[in-house]
Design a protein around this ligand. Structure first.
Ligand SMILES: C=C1C[C@]23C[C@@]1(O)CC[C@H]2[C@@]12CCC[C@@](C)(C(=O)O1)[C@H]2[C@@H]3C(=O)O
Ligand SMILES: O=C(O)CCC(=O)C(=O)O
Ligand SMILES: [Fe+2]
Length: 350
Protein backbone atom coordinates (compact mmCIF):
# COMPACT_ATOMS: atom_id res chain seq x y z
CA UNK A 1 0.00 0.00 0.00
CA UNK A 2 2.56 2.65 -1.06
CA UNK A 3 1.33 6.17 -0.43
CA UNK A 4 2.38 9.68 -1.34
CA UNK A 5 4.40 10.11 1.81
CA UNK A 6 6.81 7.38 0.63
CA UNK A 7 8.01 9.73 -2.08
CA UNK A 8 9.74 11.99 0.49
CA UNK A 9 12.40 9.77 2.07
CA UNK A 10 14.89 12.55 2.86
CA UNK A 11 13.12 14.50 5.57
CA UNK A 12 15.62 16.09 7.95
CA UNK A 13 14.20 15.92 11.49
CA UNK A 14 16.87 18.28 12.80
CA UNK A 15 16.20 21.23 10.49
CA UNK A 16 12.46 21.35 11.35
CA UNK A 17 11.49 24.09 13.80
CA UNK A 18 7.78 23.34 13.46
CA UNK A 19 5.84 20.21 12.68
CA UNK A 20 5.10 19.74 8.94
CA UNK A 21 1.47 18.85 8.23
CA UNK A 22 2.42 15.33 7.11
CA UNK A 23 3.76 14.70 10.66
CA UNK A 24 0.92 16.41 12.57
CA UNK A 25 -1.39 13.98 14.37
CA UNK A 26 -4.49 14.85 16.38
CA UNK A 27 -3.38 15.97 19.89
CA UNK A 28 -2.09 12.97 21.84
CA UNK A 29 -3.95 12.29 25.05
CA UNK A 30 -1.83 11.07 27.97
CA UNK A 31 1.44 12.35 26.56
CA UNK A 32 3.99 12.22 29.43
CA UNK A 33 4.77 15.95 29.02
CA UNK A 34 1.24 16.74 30.23
CA UNK A 35 2.09 15.12 33.61
CA UNK A 36 -1.51 14.65 34.60
CA UNK A 37 -1.40 10.90 35.25
CA UNK A 38 0.06 9.83 38.52
CA UNK A 39 -2.20 6.99 39.57
CA UNK A 40 0.78 4.86 40.57
CA UNK A 41 -0.17 1.93 38.34
CA UNK A 42 2.68 0.72 36.18
CA UNK A 43 3.76 -2.59 34.70
CA UNK A 44 5.72 -4.24 37.52
CA UNK A 45 9.50 -4.49 37.76
CA UNK A 46 10.36 -8.15 38.41
CA UNK A 47 13.63 -9.40 39.86
CA UNK A 48 14.27 -12.59 37.90
CA UNK A 49 16.18 -14.05 40.86
CA UNK A 50 13.07 -13.79 43.04
CA UNK A 51 11.70 -17.17 44.19
CA UNK A 52 8.26 -15.80 43.20
CA UNK A 53 9.30 -14.93 39.65
CA UNK A 54 6.81 -17.33 38.00
CA UNK A 55 3.86 -15.93 39.96
CA UNK A 56 4.97 -12.35 39.38
CA UNK A 57 5.27 -12.97 35.64
CA UNK A 58 1.78 -14.57 35.58
CA UNK A 59 0.24 -11.58 37.37
CA UNK A 60 2.04 -9.09 35.08
CA UNK A 61 0.98 -10.94 31.92
CA UNK A 62 -2.64 -11.11 33.09
CA UNK A 63 -2.86 -7.47 34.19
CA UNK A 64 -0.65 -5.67 31.70
CA UNK A 65 0.86 -7.97 29.06
CA UNK A 66 4.10 -6.16 29.95
CA UNK A 67 6.68 -5.94 32.72
CA UNK A 68 10.28 -4.93 33.32
CA UNK A 69 12.99 -7.33 34.47
CA UNK A 70 16.16 -6.88 36.50
CA UNK A 71 18.86 -9.49 37.15
CA UNK A 72 18.39 -10.70 33.59
CA UNK A 73 22.07 -11.54 33.07
CA UNK A 74 22.63 -9.34 29.99
CA UNK A 75 25.74 -7.28 30.83
CA UNK A 76 25.09 -3.55 31.32
CA UNK A 77 28.26 -2.81 29.35
CA UNK A 78 26.78 -4.65 26.35
CA UNK A 79 23.46 -2.78 26.64
CA UNK A 80 25.36 0.54 26.63
CA UNK A 81 27.47 -0.55 23.69
CA UNK A 82 24.44 -1.57 21.62
CA UNK A 83 22.81 1.77 22.41
CA UNK A 84 25.91 3.71 21.44
CA UNK A 85 26.23 1.78 18.15
CA UNK A 86 22.55 2.48 17.52
CA UNK A 87 23.22 6.19 18.07
CA UNK A 88 26.24 5.97 15.75
CA UNK A 89 24.15 4.37 12.99
CA UNK A 90 21.33 6.90 13.16
CA UNK A 91 23.77 9.85 13.26
CA UNK A 92 24.91 9.03 9.72
CA UNK A 93 23.51 11.43 7.09
CA UNK A 94 20.12 10.31 5.74
CA UNK A 95 21.35 9.84 2.16
CA UNK A 96 24.02 7.55 3.60
CA UNK A 97 21.56 5.52 5.69
CA UNK A 98 19.44 5.15 2.57
CA UNK A 99 22.27 3.07 1.05
CA UNK A 100 21.02 0.39 3.45
CA UNK A 101 17.33 1.17 2.93
CA UNK A 102 14.69 -1.49 3.38
CA UNK A 103 13.54 -2.58 -0.06
CA UNK A 104 10.80 -4.93 -1.24
CA UNK A 105 13.37 -7.05 -3.15
CA UNK A 106 15.55 -7.66 -0.10
CA UNK A 107 12.74 -8.15 2.42
CA UNK A 108 12.08 -6.20 5.57
CA UNK A 109 15.69 -5.71 6.75
CA UNK A 110 17.28 -2.30 6.60
CA UNK A 111 16.76 1.40 7.22
CA UNK A 112 13.38 3.10 6.94
CA UNK A 113 10.20 3.98 8.78
CA UNK A 114 8.71 1.11 10.82
CA UNK A 115 6.86 -1.24 8.44
CA UNK A 116 3.47 -0.40 10.01
CA UNK A 117 3.85 3.27 9.04
CA UNK A 118 2.22 2.51 5.71
CA UNK A 119 -1.12 1.95 7.44
CA UNK A 120 -1.26 5.61 8.49
CA UNK A 121 -1.82 8.83 6.56
CA UNK A 122 0.48 10.74 8.90
CA UNK A 123 4.18 9.98 9.22
CA UNK A 124 6.04 8.82 12.33
CA UNK A 125 8.60 11.05 14.05
CA UNK A 126 11.12 8.26 14.01
CA UNK A 127 13.48 6.17 11.95
CA UNK A 128 13.97 2.44 12.20
CA UNK A 129 16.55 -0.14 11.25
CA UNK A 130 15.47 -3.77 11.06
CA UNK A 131 18.09 -6.50 11.32
CA UNK A 132 17.11 -10.06 10.46
CA UNK A 133 19.96 -12.50 11.04
CA UNK A 134 23.40 -11.10 10.24
CA UNK A 135 23.84 -7.30 10.18
CA UNK A 136 26.99 -7.66 8.05
CA UNK A 137 25.70 -6.77 4.55
CA UNK A 138 23.86 -3.69 5.75
CA UNK A 139 26.74 -2.58 7.98
CA UNK A 140 29.16 -2.77 5.03
CA UNK A 141 26.85 -0.49 3.04
CA UNK A 142 26.74 1.99 5.93
CA UNK A 143 30.49 1.91 6.64
CA UNK A 144 32.07 0.86 3.31
CA UNK A 145 35.61 2.00 4.15
CA UNK A 146 38.03 0.50 6.60
CA UNK A 147 36.76 -1.19 9.73
CA UNK A 148 33.83 1.14 10.54
CA UNK A 149 31.34 -1.73 10.38
CA UNK A 150 33.22 -3.87 12.91
CA UNK A 151 32.10 -2.32 16.24
CA UNK A 152 28.49 -2.28 15.03
CA UNK A 153 28.53 -5.91 13.88
CA UNK A 154 30.34 -7.01 17.06
CA UNK A 155 27.82 -5.31 19.32
CA UNK A 156 24.82 -6.74 17.43
CA UNK A 157 26.31 -10.25 17.30
CA UNK A 158 27.08 -10.22 21.04
CA UNK A 159 23.63 -8.85 21.77
CA UNK A 160 22.00 -11.61 19.69
CA UNK A 161 23.96 -14.24 21.63
CA UNK A 162 23.11 -12.70 25.01
CA UNK A 163 19.45 -12.34 24.11
CA UNK A 164 19.23 -15.92 22.89
CA UNK A 165 20.28 -17.08 26.35
CA UNK A 166 18.10 -14.61 28.18
CA UNK A 167 14.95 -15.21 26.08
CA UNK A 168 15.38 -18.98 26.63
CA UNK A 169 15.11 -18.33 30.37
CA UNK A 170 12.28 -15.85 29.86
CA UNK A 171 10.27 -18.28 27.71
CA UNK A 172 10.65 -21.02 30.34
CA UNK A 173 9.30 -18.58 32.94
CA UNK A 174 6.44 -17.39 30.75
CA UNK A 175 5.45 -20.95 29.81
CA UNK A 176 5.75 -22.10 33.43
CA UNK A 177 3.45 -19.22 34.40
CA UNK A 178 0.83 -20.80 32.10
CA UNK A 179 1.43 -24.23 33.65
CA UNK A 180 3.36 -25.41 30.57
CA UNK A 181 6.59 -27.29 31.06
CA UNK A 182 10.09 -26.81 29.76
CA UNK A 183 9.63 -29.16 26.79
CA UNK A 184 6.90 -26.91 25.38
CA UNK A 185 9.09 -23.82 25.84
CA UNK A 186 11.95 -25.64 24.04
CA UNK A 187 9.77 -26.32 20.98
CA UNK A 188 9.38 -22.56 20.43
CA UNK A 189 13.05 -21.66 20.80
CA UNK A 190 15.57 -20.96 18.06
CA UNK A 191 13.46 -18.78 15.77
CA UNK A 192 15.07 -16.26 13.42
CA UNK A 193 16.72 -13.33 15.15
CA UNK A 194 14.96 -10.04 14.54
CA UNK A 195 16.23 -6.79 16.02
CA UNK A 196 14.54 -3.45 15.52
CA UNK A 197 16.60 -0.34 16.27
CA UNK A 198 14.46 2.76 16.77
CA UNK A 199 15.49 6.44 16.78
CA UNK A 200 13.17 9.23 17.93
CA UNK A 201 14.78 12.65 17.30
CA UNK A 202 13.85 15.72 19.39
CA UNK A 203 10.59 17.16 18.13
CA UNK A 204 9.33 20.79 18.06
CA UNK A 205 5.73 19.78 18.96
CA UNK A 206 5.77 16.42 20.79
CA UNK A 207 2.09 16.57 21.78
CA UNK A 208 1.10 16.44 18.08
CA UNK A 209 3.74 14.00 16.82
CA UNK A 210 3.74 10.21 16.94
CA UNK A 211 6.97 8.24 17.41
CA UNK A 212 5.45 4.84 16.68
CA UNK A 213 1.67 4.37 16.55
CA UNK A 214 -0.21 1.96 18.81
CA UNK A 215 0.38 -1.65 17.85
CA UNK A 216 0.94 -5.11 19.22
CA UNK A 217 4.04 -7.09 18.26
CA UNK A 218 3.70 -10.23 16.11
CA UNK A 219 5.95 -12.18 18.46
CA UNK A 220 5.90 -14.64 21.32
CA UNK A 221 7.69 -12.06 23.46
CA UNK A 222 9.51 -8.82 22.70
CA UNK A 223 12.39 -7.54 24.83
CA UNK A 224 12.90 -3.80 24.67
CA UNK A 225 15.87 -1.79 25.91
CA UNK A 226 15.14 1.88 26.54
CA UNK A 227 17.02 4.50 28.56
CA UNK A 228 14.62 7.45 28.15
CA UNK A 229 10.88 7.95 28.60
CA UNK A 230 8.74 7.36 25.52
CA UNK A 231 7.22 3.88 25.67
CA UNK A 232 3.56 3.80 26.67
CA UNK A 233 1.32 0.78 27.17
CA UNK A 234 -2.40 0.30 27.47
CA UNK A 235 -3.38 -1.82 30.44
CA UNK A 236 -5.58 -4.81 29.71
CA UNK A 237 -9.11 -3.50 29.19
CA UNK A 238 -7.61 -0.10 28.38
CA UNK A 239 -9.74 1.62 31.06
CA UNK A 240 -7.26 4.10 32.52
CA UNK A 241 -5.54 5.32 29.37
CA UNK A 242 -1.90 5.28 28.30
CA UNK A 243 0.69 4.46 30.96
CA UNK A 244 4.30 5.52 30.54
CA UNK A 245 6.82 2.75 31.22
CA UNK A 246 9.48 4.60 33.21
CA UNK A 247 12.97 3.40 32.31
CA UNK A 248 14.68 1.60 35.19
CA UNK A 249 18.49 1.70 34.78
CA UNK A 250 19.74 -1.63 33.44
CA UNK A 251 16.24 -3.17 33.23
CA UNK A 252 14.68 -4.70 30.13
CA UNK A 253 11.01 -4.29 29.20
CA UNK A 254 9.11 -7.43 28.14
CA UNK A 255 5.95 -7.39 25.98
CA UNK A 256 3.56 -10.27 25.45
CA UNK A 257 3.19 -10.62 21.67
CA UNK A 258 0.35 -11.94 19.52
CA UNK A 259 1.73 -15.50 19.32
CA UNK A 260 1.93 -15.97 23.11
CA UNK A 261 -1.61 -14.57 23.17
CA UNK A 262 -2.56 -17.43 20.79
CA UNK A 263 -0.67 -20.15 22.71
CA UNK A 264 -2.30 -19.02 25.96
CA UNK A 265 -5.69 -19.20 24.22
CA UNK A 266 -6.29 -15.57 25.11
CA UNK A 267 -5.48 -15.86 28.83
CA UNK A 268 -2.60 -13.51 28.19
CA UNK A 269 -3.27 -10.65 25.80
CA UNK A 270 -0.67 -9.04 23.60
CA UNK A 271 -0.02 -5.53 24.88
CA UNK A 272 -1.00 -2.50 22.83
CA UNK A 273 1.87 -0.02 22.99
CA UNK A 274 3.20 3.10 21.27
CA UNK A 275 6.18 5.44 21.45
CA UNK A 276 5.85 9.18 21.97
CA UNK A 277 8.59 11.77 21.48
CA UNK A 278 10.21 14.58 23.42
CA UNK A 279 11.01 18.22 22.70
CA UNK A 280 14.65 18.07 23.79
CA UNK A 281 15.79 14.50 24.06
CA UNK A 282 16.84 12.16 21.24
CA UNK A 283 15.60 8.73 22.31
CA UNK A 284 16.76 5.33 21.06
CA UNK A 285 15.29 1.92 21.72
CA UNK A 286 16.33 -1.61 20.82
CA UNK A 287 13.65 -4.26 20.37
CA UNK A 288 14.54 -7.97 20.23
CA UNK A 289 11.59 -9.72 18.61
CA UNK A 290 11.39 -13.28 19.79
CA UNK A 291 9.39 -15.58 17.50
CA UNK A 292 9.21 -19.32 16.90
CA UNK A 293 11.24 -21.32 14.35
CA UNK A 294 9.79 -20.96 10.84
CA UNK A 295 8.21 -24.44 10.63
CA UNK A 296 6.61 -24.51 14.11
CA UNK A 297 2.83 -24.22 14.14
CA UNK A 298 1.52 -21.95 16.85
CA UNK A 299 -1.90 -22.75 18.26
CA UNK A 300 -3.65 -22.67 21.64
CA UNK A 301 -1.88 -25.10 23.95
CA UNK A 302 -3.93 -28.31 24.35
CA UNK A 303 -3.64 -28.01 28.12
CA UNK A 304 -5.29 -24.58 27.99
CA UNK A 305 -8.32 -25.73 26.03
CA UNK A 306 -11.01 -28.06 27.25
CA UNK A 307 -14.74 -28.73 27.26
CA UNK A 308 -15.44 -25.34 28.86
CA UNK A 309 -12.80 -23.45 26.89
CA UNK A 310 -12.68 -24.08 23.15
CA UNK A 311 -9.57 -23.14 21.13
CA UNK A 312 -9.99 -19.47 20.25
CA UNK A 313 -7.46 -19.35 17.38
CA UNK A 314 -6.45 -21.52 14.49
CA UNK A 315 -2.86 -22.65 13.98
CA UNK A 316 -0.37 -20.38 12.18
CA UNK A 317 3.35 -20.40 11.46
CA UNK A 318 5.24 -17.15 12.09
CA UNK A 319 5.79 -16.28 8.40
CA UNK A 320 2.09 -16.60 7.67
CA UNK A 321 1.20 -14.46 10.67
CA UNK A 322 3.68 -11.75 9.65
CA UNK A 323 2.03 -11.78 6.22
CA UNK A 324 -1.38 -11.26 7.86
CA UNK A 325 0.03 -8.43 9.97
CA UNK A 326 1.52 -6.80 6.88
CA UNK A 327 -1.90 -6.96 5.23
CA UNK A 328 -4.33 -6.42 8.10
CA UNK A 329 -2.21 -4.69 10.79
CA UNK A 330 -4.09 -4.67 14.12
CA UNK A 331 -6.84 -6.94 12.74
CA UNK A 332 -4.39 -9.82 12.15
CA UNK A 333 -5.14 -11.55 15.45
CA UNK A 334 -8.91 -11.31 14.95
CA UNK A 335 -8.43 -12.80 11.48
CA UNK A 336 -7.22 -16.10 12.95
CA UNK A 337 -9.88 -16.13 15.65
CA UNK A 338 -12.24 -19.08 15.39
CA UNK A 339 -14.65 -17.79 18.00
CA UNK A 340 -15.35 -14.28 16.79
CA UNK A 341 -16.94 -13.17 13.55
CA UNK A 342 -14.25 -11.94 11.26
CA UNK A 343 -14.97 -10.56 7.85
CA UNK A 344 -12.18 -12.05 5.84
CA UNK A 345 -11.39 -15.34 4.22
CA UNK A 346 -8.09 -16.09 5.92
CA UNK A 347 -9.82 -18.47 8.27
CA UNK A 348 -9.10 -21.76 6.54
CA UNK A 349 -8.74 -23.90 9.66
CA UNK A 350 -5.48 -25.80 9.52
C1 LIG B 1 9.48 -9.83 12.32
C2 LIG B 1 8.89 -8.65 12.25
C3 LIG B 1 8.03 -8.07 13.31
C4 LIG B 1 7.81 -6.65 12.82
C5 LIG B 1 7.71 -6.85 11.34
C6 LIG B 1 8.95 -7.71 11.11
O1 LIG B 1 8.89 -8.37 9.85
C7 LIG B 1 10.21 -6.86 11.21
C8 LIG B 1 9.98 -5.57 12.03
C9 LIG B 1 9.01 -5.74 13.19
C10 LIG B 1 8.39 -4.42 13.60
C11 LIG B 1 9.23 -3.58 14.55
C12 LIG B 1 8.50 -2.26 14.86
C13 LIG B 1 7.01 -2.47 15.20
C14 LIG B 1 6.37 -3.44 14.17
C15 LIG B 1 4.86 -3.56 14.38
C16 LIG B 1 6.77 -3.02 12.79
O2 LIG B 1 6.23 -2.20 12.08
O3 LIG B 1 7.95 -3.64 12.45
C17 LIG B 1 7.09 -4.78 14.26
C18 LIG B 1 6.56 -5.93 13.39
C19 LIG B 1 5.57 -6.81 14.12
O4 LIG B 1 5.79 -7.17 15.29
O5 LIG B 1 4.56 -7.14 13.48
O1 LIG C 1 10.59 2.54 21.14
C1 LIG C 1 9.74 2.00 21.84
O2 LIG C 1 9.58 2.25 23.02
C2 LIG C 1 8.79 1.00 21.24
C3 LIG C 1 9.39 0.22 20.10
C4 LIG C 1 8.47 -0.85 19.61
O3 LIG C 1 7.34 -0.94 20.01
C5 LIG C 1 8.96 -1.83 18.64
O4 LIG C 1 10.11 -1.72 18.15
O5 LIG C 1 8.18 -2.76 18.33
FE1 LIG D 1 6.41 -2.84 19.40
Amino acid sequence: MPSLKDTHPHFDFFSADSLPDSYTWPPLDDHPSSFHRSDGHHPPVIDLDSPDAVDLVRRACLDWGAFQVTNHGVPTELLHRVESQTRRLFSLPTHHKNLAARSPDVGVSGFGPAPISRFFDKRFWSEGFTIIGSPFDHALRLWPDGLGHVPFCDAIREYEEAMEGFTGRLMRLAFASLGLDERVAREFRGGPTVIQLNSYPPCPDPGRAMGLAAHTDSTLLTVLYQTATGLQVLRRGGGTGWTTVQPVPGALVVHVGDLLHVISNGRYQSVLHRAVVDRARHRYSVAYLCGPPAHVKVSPSPTLVGPDRAPAYRAVVWGEYLGLKAKLFNRALASISVTQNNNNNNNNNK
